[in-house]
Design a protein around this ligand. Structure first.
Ligand SMILES: NC(=O)c1ccc[n+]([C@@H]2O[C@H](COP(=O)([O-])OP(=O)(O)OC[C@H]3O[C@@H](n4cnc5c(N)ncnc54)[C@H](OP(=O)(O)O)[C@@H]3O)[C@@H](O)[C@H]2O)c1
Length: 239
């Protein structure tokens, strides 16, 4: 299986690449980011580095022919590129929408057309547990951001629904993603406050990644089109 991991330089992307290199059923890992993806540290002894191809993309709204070539004939793509709630205010709103939503939709439309028409192309859009698909449910805190992420979820699911089975999409809606020893004190504090106030779930990045990769290689496809932290905990335990 050829798997594209977009946002491979990020927190989640790095762990996905690390684990994918050790899974025998994944024969090719395309690490797609705006800069070169470093080789992850702490690789498992059975990791196969020859599977890794780092692809640096200059324009996520218009792929060059060279980038398209690298992305062609993929079986699946996990899209983690986005601005997290702590970062989106650093850019103008239109740009935040383009990065969090536009890039993912363009990727889905473009890469699925470059894949083998005889088998379904799997696409995972990383969102968050608090994103809302109905603008009428706009939360008081981070409302515009959470509605925008929910709209991106809708677009991805709508595209898959209209693809005649060509695209299988899954929306991942984790709460806080943590890593032992790596999660900084601010995130730890947020996790504690978030869990106390709104029951924000947390999940370890290793468990999340192993659960997701098991869904990617699953012959029957995704268990369902939307997976929350509790689903991923359960799947990780089974995996
Ligand atoms: N971390 C959490 O606790 C958490 C919780 C729930 C949901 N999520 C979701 O999970 C996904 C991944 O989160 P993360 O924590 O791994 O985020 P991250 O560490 O900030 O990584 C984000 C990735 O997106 C890339 N990126 C950011 N701006 C870009 C731009 N303008 N053009 C191209 N690439 C850009 C980054 O590239 P550079 O490395 O070059 O900056 C990086 O590869 C996101 O959708 C996030 O909303 C995260």
């Amino acid at each position: 299986m050829k798997l594209i991991i977009a946002g491979s330089t990020g927190f989640v992307g790095t762990e996905l690449v690390r684990q994918a290199l050790s899974l025998p059923s994944i024969t090719s890992v395309v690490a797609l980011s705006r800069r070169t993806t470093p080789v992850p540290s702490s690789l498992a002894p059975n990791a196969d580095l020859s599977k890794l191809k780092s692809v640096a993309c200059e324009d996520f709204g218009n792929y060059s022919d060279e980038v398209k070539k690298e992305l062609s004939n993929a079986d699946a793509c996990i899209w983690t590129i986005a601005l997290t709630p702590s970062r989106y205010r650093a850019v103008p709103w239109d740009e935040a929408v383009r990065i969090c939503s536009g890039y993912a939709v363009y990727a889905l439309e473009t890469i699925s057309k470059l894949s083998d028409a005889n088998r379904p192309f799997k696409f995972v859009y990383f969102s968050g547990s608090s994103a809302v698909r109905d603008p009428a449910q706009k939360p008081l805190i981070l409302g515009d951001y959470l509605v925008m992420r929910g709209e991106a979820e809708n677009k991805v699911l709508k595209y898959a629904a209209g693809s005649n089975g060509k695209v299988e999409a899954c929306i991942l809606k984790p709460g806080l993603i943590t890593a032992p020893g790596k999660t900084n004190i601010v995130v730890q504090a947020l996790a504690t406050v978030g869990r106390a106030l709104i029951g924000l779930p947390k999940i370890d990045v290793g468990d999340l990644s192993s659960a997701l990769l098991s869904q990617i290689v699953r012959r029957e496809g995704f268990e369902k089109d939307t997976l929350f932290s509790e689903d991923m905990e359960r799947i990780a335990k089974a995996a």
